[in-house]
Design a protein around this ligand. Structure first.
Ligand code: C2E
Ligand code: CA
Ligand code: CA
Length: 430
């Protein structure tokens, strides 16, 4: 009934206790269920090792345990998930106070830690009987609130609200739909040009995924990619993207590059390098023309594995670009440790780079790093001629953005004169 690492009650004693408390609840009183999920536990494990992770879990147990009152229970449900049962409270205010005490205890622990501690948690709260009549629903609602707390900033708590339940439901529907969207032909790719900034020469395209939902119309990748990543659907979807993009590029008469976004989940999926290899063979695209774009979050999750996969890809002759540089970790050691061929500066730094001194300083610094490491730098999100001339003056080699060309469907790329000859004769014949 106990978790040996923290000595806390485990999931089994937690559910038994919750059931007991729910059955015994007095009229007019409520039970608060607080679900906790540590904000940066993976990071601690990755950066400092498992012993540090274990030590943090014990500290969590100690600090959260210390703020509990008589009759309340803290349990470890598994991994970095904890829960608190607070029976006999009078309402949400009591629950909020308890959650705030837990957060405050962690902040104080961090302040005491020598290596400015990383201990913080998100908390989701559901109340019995207000939010749910049975245990399963109560836990699921607390989880939904936890999810909200995480996405709205971490180191914070949220109460379950009815609207969240609807949202969680529509998320599950979307997960389900995404699993079938490839087979239902609902995806297509658009291609955005990447050009040299000195001469404006077209060097390649980035493939960007589009989802046309039968009822809801176009859904933004910013909305559906995270859902696909979380549910794992990104693996078959990403494979479709790679295959479709490679096929398209193999049909171009010029040797332009094709850049494809690959998410962390794909990079860490089984046999990713073999999948890419197979797609290259099937489509006949030369590996030298394929560039995969990955963000740093893909690396941090499991450095060794990411490095191994990237090396396999590099052995095939594929190029690797670091996407969205400047956001997230922007770790210089990652730039050195991983075999990148290009740095893409995130569009948020390019916006108004010609008028905003701070953005300009950051962009100049990244360009300097690129020069020093011998890596070409691509500026994303170039929208104005002012931004373009600033970048050209600072010797940024490559750009991408609405000013240089919008993402467009394959058929519209013909104006660039890159579609294969057969395509033209087909069109002529038609
Ligand atoms: P990203 O890889 O950073 O892609 C660039 C995004 O910036 C694209 O948005 C593009 O349409 C947009 N963009 C290009 N030029 C400009 C500009 O001048 N101004 C502004 N404001 N935006 C510009 P999109 O297509 O909505 O994609 C958003 C994100 O979704 C991508 O960001 C990428 O992270 C993800 N994504 C898109 N397609 C795929 C895919 O096939 N696989 C995976 N894993 N992720 C994808
Ligand atoms: Ca990208
Ligand atoms: Ca990007």
């Amino acid at each position: 009934m106990h978790d040996t690492l923290t000595n806390l009650p485990n999931r089994r004693s937690f559910t038994a206790q919750l059931e007991q408390e729910m059955a015994a609840l007095a009229d007019g009183e409520a039970i608060a269920l607080l679900c906790l999920d540590l904000d940066r536990f993976k990071e601690v494990n990755d950066l400092f090792g498992h012993a540090a992770g274990d030590a943090m879990l014990r500290k969590v147990a100690e600090n959260a345990g210390n703020v509990l009152s008589e009759g309340q229970m803290l349990a470890r449900l598994g991994g970095d998930e904890f829960a608190i049962i607070a029976p006999g409270i009078s309402g949400p205010d009591d629950a909020a106070m308890l959650a705030e005490r837990v957060l405050e205890a962690f902040r104080a622990e961090n302040a005491r830690a020598s290596n400015d501690g990383l201990m913080s948690t998100s908390i989701g709260i559901a109340l019995y009987p207000r939010d749910a009549k049975d245990q399963e629903t109560l836990i699921s609602h607390a989880d939904t609130a936890l999810y909200r707390a995480k996405s709205e900033g971490r180191d914070t708590f949220r109460f379950y609200e009815h609207a969240m339940g609807l949202e969680a439901r529509s998320r599950r529907i979307m997960e389900h739909e995404l699993r079938h969207a490839v087979a239902r032909n609902e995806f297509h790719l658009v291609y955005q040009p990447q050009k040299t900034l000195d001469s404006g020469e077209l060097i390649g395209y980035e493939a960007l995924l589009r989802w046309r939902h039968p009822e809801r119309g176009n859904v933004s990748p910013g909305t559906f990619i995270p859902v696909a990543e979380e549910s794992g659907a990104i693996v078959p979807i990403g494979e479709w993207v790679l295959k479709t993009a490679c096929q398209a590029a193999a049909g171009w008469k010029s040797n332009l590059m094709i850049a494809v976004n690959v998410s962390a989940v794909q990079l860490h999926s089984m046999n990713f390098a073999q999948t890419v290899h197979r797609i290259l063979l099937e489509t006949g695209l030369s590996p030298h023309r394929l560039e995969i774009e990955i963000t740093e979050t893909a690396l941090v999750r499991d450095m060794h594995r990411a490095l191994a996969t990237l090396r396999q890809l590099k052995t095939l002759g594929i190029r690797v670009a670091m996407d969205d540089f400047g956001t997230g970790y922007s770790s210089l050691s990652n730039l050195r440790a991983f075999p990148f061929d290009k740095i893409k500066i995130d569009g948020s730094f390019i916006r108004q780079v010609d008028t905003n001194e701070q953005a300009a300083t950051i962009v100049r610094a990244v360009l300097g790093i690129g020069r020093g490491l011998g890596l070409p730098v691509l500026a994303e999100g170039v929208e104005t001629s002012g931004e373009l001339s600033f970048l050209a003056k600072e010797l940024c080699q490559i750009g991408q953005g609405y000013y240089l060309g919008r993402p467009s469907p394959l058929d519209d790329l013909q104006e660039d004169g890159i579609q294969a000859e057969e395509k033209h004769s087909d069109a002529n014949a038609a």
